[in-house]
Design a protein around this ligand. Sequence first.
Ligand SMILES: Nc1nc2c(ncn2[C@@H]2O[C@H](COP(=O)(O)OP(=O)(O)OP(=O)(O)O)[C@@H](O)[C@H]2O)c(=O)[nH]1
Ligand SMILES: [Mg+2]
Length: 333
Amino acid sequence: MPDKKAEDTLKNEKGNKDTRVPTGIVNEIGEPQKSEEETKSGYVAVIGRPNVGKSTLMNRVLGQKISIVTAKPQTTRHQIYGIHTEAPGQIVFIDTPGMHQGQSKALNRYMNRAAKAAVSDVDLILLVVDALRWTEDDEQALSALKGAKVPVYLVVNKVDKVPQKEKLLPFLQEVSAKYPFERVFLISASKDKGVDELVAGIYEALPKGPPIFGEDEVTNKSVRYLVTELIREKLMQRFHQEVPYSVAVEIESWEEEPRITHIHAIIWVERDSQKAMLVGSGGEALKQVGIQARQDIERLLGKKANLKLWVKVKKAWADNDGLIQKMGYKDEF
Ligand SMILES: Nc1nc2c(ncn2[C@@H]2O[C@H](COP(=O)(O)OP(=O)(O)OP(=O)(O)O)[C@@H](O)[C@H]2O)c(=O)[nH]1
Ligand SMILES: [Mg+2]
């Protein structure tokens, strides 16, 4: 696993209020604390096809939005860590792009590589699937488990969509026969069902050890990166057809004042027609994107933000290996 990148990463707002207490100290209600030899820690890769709820699950455990979520597939594009620290130890989730068969564009190939790379050097893998739906893309995600040397849990998400639970049985049998999963969990990440049981199950699989990251760290990504993602989330949610898959967001300038942060960001698209869609009708849709993104950004930064967005065209950037690297899609997993 790469070492943590210390500077500029997002810290846990809870800070020292975190439930983990240093070795040998007795907490307020008088219970002796676990020494570091008793805590558990490790990396947990969250993989699966697009749109099954991997990012929703990670955010649910962390209790905050670290990874963006939309109703559209192929939302997550990079690996992103979500670091969960509490009394029993530390779970470092690695959220990944959904694995899928479309390999036509350089960006899609990058996303599949980023997802596959997460499977090595971890302590546990969660294969997330959608209750009752098994597709070719699930098969692709499953094939990434070949040669995995660590336990794999099957996590069947969105069980809230299946009122008759007996209908799940044949699906579970079918999927369980495909791989020797160590355990199977039925959950609803968005309705918070079965998630605590899954977290308890994760600790059972992790090795004993001290936390890997500082207890106030919640991700390996910079605040600036999270800001670009929040803008991309609003763009994906608002626009349809090919636009969501053709946007990349870049911070052009970032200026801190005591009470406000001024952020200028460029939205890159692939075609003039896409730019026209974004800025069309007096720019109303883009204005709404800006307002919604600013609200989330202010929550993230804990202060006021002044957000300015520009749309620019870089022809077929997602289809060009050199350009996707320039846009930040580098193989540094
Ligand atoms: N009904 C229901 N919907 C869910 C649940 N979990 C996630 N969703 C929805 O499923 C959609 C996809 O969720 P994401 O978390 O973005 O899925 P993902 O697997 O990270 O998708 P990619 O990043 O594209 O690979 C969103 O609309 C979520 O709100 C759940 O437990 N029940
Ligand atoms: Mg995701």
